[in-house]
Design a protein around this ligand. Structure first.
Ligand code: ASP
Ligand code: MG
Length: 406
């Protein structure tokens, strides 16, 4: 008998009909003799609706109270699912995060799970119950309700699976797996059968929306096998697991793109120790998340520094940069929005050569200018103008032959 944790997202529990569909799936897995724990999100659109209500009162809601408010969406779904399961003759019991508890730090709106108590879950499973747990919710050491950040139910599910040492954590969503790229951009994109945690982590942080970074990090740390699949069909999904040697056969396994990027450039900064540290310290103090950074080699004692940041932080970032420009002694400062970052990802890059040159040549053939490049062992990212983003994704998917079945 296996212990299976299943997570269903907002669209999968968006109506009573859909909840009935989830209940049927849960029942089928239970019938096969497994112990089932289900983690659910709020019904589709509910979290957004609650945030909008709070913002009607005041644009920047009190973060503690916002968590009290937005955590309620999940409480509705767990109760409805438990009732639906009971209606079809199964024993089911639901729990909010604080009831177990799922303990977190106190970062309201983006809390991190620090501990999970599985005693009640194990006891109920032992008594034949299907246990349903509210995703997204936690409680801090002072008994205050916290939430794990948007999309946080994935993390809840992985945390529960890790705590229970479950055999698998199945993430049900509205797509049927992880694709070589966004099928909306490239219709020939192919579903990936097995992907390594590390690759998935890069994909999640470089723009793939199918899984949340924190959930993948958690799964990797605790070696929880994840399966991503659709709640609307029975197609085999994608397994996210530890790396194996056949994953290195292809040099590149996926192309991702994030389009909400902006860039700030300082020109003519005196090339002396401490400039970068002053600049990035000022940005960090204001919680501006900086991504790719490049510094040119210096000429006549001066250099240029560029970095990317989320487009939504551009104004804030520029303001901070204006503040430090004189202290740094920089000649000029400029900002550009409408940037994108396209990336290629694959464990195979460690052993294949010529991957970078193939990427750059493919972009060059389309006349796409690369403004910044950053690399790691298993990814290469290029910052380009946003208007070329989709074209870049298509040519890269094509040049690395990702549409070909293995
Ligand atoms: N309901 C929360 C959100 O929309 C958590 C989740 O869906 O995973 O962000
Ligand atoms: Mg959601």
């Amino acid at each position: 008998m296996a212990v299976i944790v299943q997570k269903y997202g907002g669209t999968s529990v968006g109506s009573l009909d859909r909840i009935a569909n989830v209940a049927r799936r849960v029942a089928a897995r239970k019938d096969q003799g497994n112990d089932i724990v289900v983690v659910v999100s709020a019904m589709a659109g509910e979290t957004d609706r609650l945030i909008a209500l709070a913002k009607e009162i005041f644009p920047i809601p009190n973060d503690r109270e916002l968590d009290v408010l937005i955590s309620t969406g999940e409480q509705v779904s767990i109760a409805l699912l438990a009732m639906t399961l009971e209606r079809i003759g199964l024993k089911a019991k639901s729990y909010c995060g604080w009831q177990l508890p799922i303990t977190t730090d106190s970062a309201f709106g983006a809390a991190r799970v620090t501990n999970i108590n599985t005693n009640r879950i194990s006891e109920d499973l032992g008594n034949g119950y299907i246990v349903i747990i509210a995703g997204f919710q936690g409680v801090n050491d002072h008994g205050e309700i916290t939430t794990l950040g948007r999309g946080g139910s994935d993390t809840s599910a992985v945390a529960v699976a890790a705590g229970l040492k479950a055999d698998v954590c199945e993430i049900f969503t509205d797509v049927d797996g992880v694709y070589t790229t966004d099928p909306n951009i490239v219709p020939e994109a192919r579903k990936i059968k097995t992907i390594a945690y590390e690759e998935m982590l890069e994909m999640a942080s470089l723009g793939a929306k199918v899984l949340y970074i924190r959930a993948v990090e958690f799964a990797m740390r605790h070696k929880v096998p994840l399966i991503v699949r659709s709640s609307f069909n029975d197609n085999e999904g994608t397994l996210v697991t530890e790396e194996s040697s056949d994953m290195e056969k292809e040099s590149v396994r996926a192309v991702t793109c994030s389009t909400k990027e902006a860039k700030i450039t300082f020109m003519g900064i005196p090339d002396v120790p401490g400039t970068a540290s002053q600049l990035f310290m000022a940005l960090a103090e204001s919680s501006v998340v900086v991504d790719t950074i490049i510094q040119n080699s210096s000429e006549e004692g001066k250099t240029d520094i560029s970095f990317t940041l989320p487009q939504s932080d551009l104004e804030k970032g520029l303001e901070i940069c204006r503040g430090v420009r004189e202290i740094l002694g920089a000649d000029r400062l400029s900002g550009s929005k409408d940037m994108a970052k396209v990336s290629i990802i694959g464990l195979g890059m460690r052993s294949h050569t010529g991957v970078a040159s193939t990427m750059f040549a493919a972009l060059a053939r389309e006349g796409i200018n690369i403004e910044m490049i950053s690399t790691s062992e298993i990814k290469i990212s290029c910052v380009i103008k946003r208007k070329y983003a989709e074209l870049a994704v298509r040519v890269l998917h094509d040049v690395f032959e990702l549409e070909k079945p293995l």
